[in-house]
Design a protein around this ligand. Structure first.
Ligand code: SF4
Length: 225
């Protein structure tokens, strides 16, 4: 199985009825500012470098962000925080992420999420997270060079522990926490959501520091262009 083949299968997934209804309804009704867009309104495949040493693991697509554009963290406030940070770290060729054909490339980084369809209020149900873990089980083995996970938020952190069959209590989440999972390091950060970045819970310098630590652990130097 290749990543491309996995993505082809993923985008047909309809396992979670509530999320299928929501992602498609949002895509039909649209936000006024995006009424000219044809929303993606399907599961959002991972994006980035297949030889990545760093895996950025998010929560779920934003209703009018990646559920509209079809690429993780593309077209919303979370992406407007994440991609400039990746660019500053030399892990992306440009800071802007607007649509799937905008020329964005990642160096040594791959981005995916614990849930691949937009949930109402950005909150997947536990059973939806469990359903989508089967895609994580298929996707992560296709990224054999990964040495570091950067989990964005506790749900992503816990999903990666579940993937490795580890107990949450033994590997607690905190911003900047680091856990050796045996061959891979789980590094975690507050999520890059507008809710966190607008309130100052997560600032650009805080996130830059986490990315520098991730690069060091992954053996990535970062390059521009
Ligand atoms: S959240 Fe995951 S399991 Fe559920 S419908 Fe979307 S892709 Fe399928």
């Amino acid at each position: 199985m290749s990543l491309d083949r996995l993505h082809d299968e993923l985008i047909t997934c309809r396992r979670c009825p509530r999320l299928v209804e929501w992602r498609e309804r949002v895509g039909r009704e649209k936000r006024a500012a995006y009424r000219e867009w044809e929303y993606w309104a399907r599961p959002v495949p991972g994006f980035g470098d297949p030889q990545a040493r760093l895996l950025v693991f998010g929560l779920a697509p934003g209703a009018h962000g990646s559920n509209r554009t079809g690429r993780p963290f593309t077209g919303d406030a979370s992406g407007d925080f994440l991609y400039p940070a990746l660019y500053r770290a030399g892990l992306a060729n440009q800071p802007l992420s607007r649509h799937r054909g905008d020329g964005l490339e990642l160096h040594g980084v791959y981005i995916t999420a614990s849930v691949r369809c937009a949930p109402p209020d950005n909150k997947p149900l536990p059973e939806e997270s469990r359903n989508c873990s089967s895609w994580t089980d298929l996707e992560l083995p296709l990224l054999p060079q990964v040495r570091v996970y950067l989990a964005l938020g506790k749900i992503a952190h816990d999903a990666l522990l579940a993937y490795h069959g580890l107990r949450k209590a033994a590997y607690p989440f905190a911003h900047g926490s680091e856990h050796d999972l045996g061959g891979r390091v789980l590094l975690s950060s507050y999520h890059v959501s507008r809710q966190n970045t607008n309130t100052g819970k997560l600032t650009a310098p805080m996130f830059d520091a986490v990315l520098e630590r991730a690069k060091a652990l992954a053996g990535l130097s970062g390059k521009k262009g």
